[in-house]
Design a protein around this ligand. Sequence first.
Ligand code: FES
Length: 83
Amino acid sequence: MEEKILNITICLGSSCFSRGNKDIVDAIQEYLEDIEMKEKTNFKGGHCFGNCAEGPIMIVNGKTFKSVNPETAITAIDSMLNA
Ligand code: FES
């Protein structure tokens, strides 16, 4: 089994959900396929991170990103991949 080098958790709590995280999940999945990182990524949903006012919240390899949208989510993943 290939080593997972990317850990992404996105908040799937109701507040983040109502702010459009479904689109973010779709965009991330598509992007991971495009860059052939799907097999190397641990992508999961989390419960409310207690930071709803700044949602949607996404955590990439331990770093928290706030108010993400599909574009900034992908920029964040890129920045962590190139860190
Ligand atoms: S619902 Fe996402 S931080 Fe609360």
